[in-house]
Design a protein around this ligand. Sequence first.
Ligand code: MEV
Length: 439
Amino acid sequence: MIKPVKGFSKLSKQEKVSWIVSSFFKDNASAEALIKRYWNDDEVLQQLHDEFIENTITNYYLPFGVAPNFLINEKLYTIPMAIEESSVVAAASKAAKFWFDRGGFKAEVVSTTKVGQVHFMFSGDKVKLNTFFNFVKPILIEDSKHITKNMTKRGGGIKSIDLVDKTNDLENYYQLHCCFETLDAMGANFINSSLEQFAKTFKTSAKSYSLFSTEESDIEIVMSILSNYVPDCIVRAEVSCPVSELNEDEGVAPNEFADKFVRAVQIAKVEPYRAVTHNKGIMNGVDAVVLATGNDFRAVEAGVHAYASRNGSYSSLTNASVEKGIFKFWIELPLALGTVGGLTNLHPLVKLALEMLGRPSAKELMKIIAVAGLAQNFGALRSLTTTGIQKGHMKMHLMNILNQMGATADEKIQIASFFNGKTVVHSDVVEKFNQLRAL
Ligand code: MEV
């Protein structure tokens, strides 16, 4: 049995690697060689990556792909995507081209408010707490000026601070519910620093507030933290065209396609099992761009799924309609993003991705990412309601299967050509591969 390791973070990188390979691998040399094969030759660049987190032993590659031909509000984008799933970039590119020919995507930012809360416990008189809050609110703002002044100068900062009584949900529980505008920054550090300052001022001021009894003046601050639920940081993207123009697939009449597509969205509206997968497909597009642009995909995921459940049941993020011969398909989702600060100033590939997008503002990036999600969902629903998903998916997955089996370049060409136009099934690929090898 492996013993707990002491002071691991203090070891040198080589010492960490040595401990890992000797503790967990039979073939130490190969494990060490593999870990090191992913080190970057450029030592400065490697050190940058090492220092993003603690205990880095190597780098973990994801493909960085691009989906060109995205026409969004009349501007053409090539969208960078970091993702391992075979068919995602291909589906995005196909949807981009499809909608390019039909006027492109329209997108707008509906709102950009971010939220943070100071959670605290107070067991005294509610009326006195309210009076204290009105007294202390300007002091909270004043005391946090050293944190907020630059953001305020640029047009952002604190938008509101409210006292919220949550005692019906949990005894003695209140919060300061605070709204912020963080402009082009994701703003996590800005919000959390502001909240921690509010908490400090709130607690200290309570201590000397003359209307409070000794017990009341001892407010218990539980925690101060931003919320990743951002239902007021919303972006909307849409596509539309006459139904008659949904004519790409010769096997399906445009009106049949439109009706079935709308039905598929309606199903995802009312059926949570389907909605989760439907939204997962949307997040294939969203997360890939969020990652490529150095944003926090866990934050986005958490916020998006909470939003998808806002009416009490998990539901589709997209909507579709056919009215007066016009097919319309749209998405509305919360996205708290940054295009300055954090990884955006540090990771060279993130900088490259942002430059490829023309150095977008956070609002512009919200639109691009919403479009990537909508395009992905369009691609998935188009396949699901016509050919089935496996045809396109397995076509893209074919290379993974062949690589797993150690196919040579020539074998890959022969097998890919054999499956051209056919639906790829794993066992058929294995059989074809074995046949080729047996020759
Ligand atoms: C696979 O990653 C995503 C899909 O399942 C999405 C969907 O079903 O809508 C194809």
